[in-house]
Design a binder for this molecule. Sequence first.
Ligand code: FAD
Length: 417
Amino acid sequence: MTTRVKHVNELRLLDVIIIGAGPAGNLAALNIAKAGFSVEVYDWRTKIGDKLCTGIIGHSCFKEFPPAENDIYRSSSSANIVSPSGKTYLINHRNPQAYVINRISYVKSFADKAIQLGAIYRLNEKVISIDISDSKVSVISETKAGNHTANCKAVIIATGFGSPLLKMAGLGNGGHKNFLTGCQTTVSTDGLSRPTVFLGSNIGRGSFGWLVPTQNNEALLGLATSRKLNGDMDNLTKLLKSKGYYNKIESPQRKWGIPVKPSTPTYSQRALSIGDAAGLTKPTTGGGIYYSLLSGQLAAKTLIQALNQGDLSSKQLKPYESEWKKILNNEIKLGNIARGIFESLRDSQIDFLISKLMTDDVRKDVLEATGVSFDWHGRIINSAFMHSVFGKYLSLVTPELEEKSADIKSKGPIEVA
Ligand SMILES: Cc1cc2nc3c(=O)[nH]c(=O)nc-3n(C[C@H](O)[C@H](O)[C@H](O)COP(=O)(O)OP(=O)(O)OC[C@H]3O[C@@H](n4cnc5c(N)ncnc54)[C@H](O)[C@@H]3O)c2cc1C
């Protein structure tokens, strides 16, 4: 880049810069570009969407943000749960509850549409600094040719888990305090029919493991834990190998953080945080694609209004946080209570509760009822605690649960769509 061109770029005031080309950043870019504003998206990766993930989305996400047919590896209306004592239970629905997708291609599809509408993507560029003043935001990134400065009216932080940029933008950055570690590898199998979830202290107390078939007899094997990994992933891979669940490990283990509590505030003067950067995931499973898309959509809506009014004060951007809270807060709170309870249970207690949950009547009421959704776990948690039979077992298991279960019940029955 010549000095003159560089100088022109630095002087130009873009409407919006988005840092992070994951699902959250790409959908925000798409909607902002669609509204006619100039938008640049930065990502230090060279391949959009290539972030550690299993790629499962639920039915609400599937309906609201549909993947292209080619991006769907499989749909799943059933799943197995393997209890700590090794007993396998089947959950079966009439209709698909979850879809295993090609995450890279799905996430990129939003970027492709944004680019068609004029968004500029700057890949292989890591943003190292943000400076917000009363008149603009200055964003500095590292490029092969040296540091690049760009100026914009507003910035969206969509950097995923654990970014120092949040603090620079005056946004909450508590995600690094409340998180799970997710670890995953690819394995070859003889063909698995459905996703399987593994529970028990042989995987790690409070952790859960998964084996999710994708395509061509491959599956993703992983676990999520709120503790240090301490060899848990090695134990899980050995355990599943010894039981014949897979043939061969096909890729090295990778790990990454998953925030489980919102990092507020998610708005400040000229800045918003979305997706994992804002701590918006399902605390039960750590799934965050859907909430990332929802928050990207809501952030774009608020920012477009603010840009139209020429007012990017934190007061003007606050409705974004009010809106995601309206939709997600209760869900995230219930999810965290349920996660806390799960992490406190011993193997024998998990075995007992699963055996009761999987009796025909309870399973049909709680897990297989109409309206139960892989995207809205709050409904499942709430109906488990409100269930006339299973609710009593839950309270019986440990007296300490009483207080937490009262918290859940106080939210009342959650409406089923
Ligand atoms: C093992 C594992 C399995 C998972 N499985 C699922 C699943 O099956 N279903 C589900 O819904 N969720 C799953 N998740 C969570 C899901 O991946 C995230 O919630 C989701 O990707 C968050 O999207 P995002 O757009 O907020 O951030 P990300 O997808 O993390 O994207 C952020 C982007 O920002 C870029 N970036 C960061 N810092 C900078 C910087 N300084 N400069 C430039 N670029 C930067 C990164 O390169 C990245 O591309 C899983 C997570 C893990 C760890």
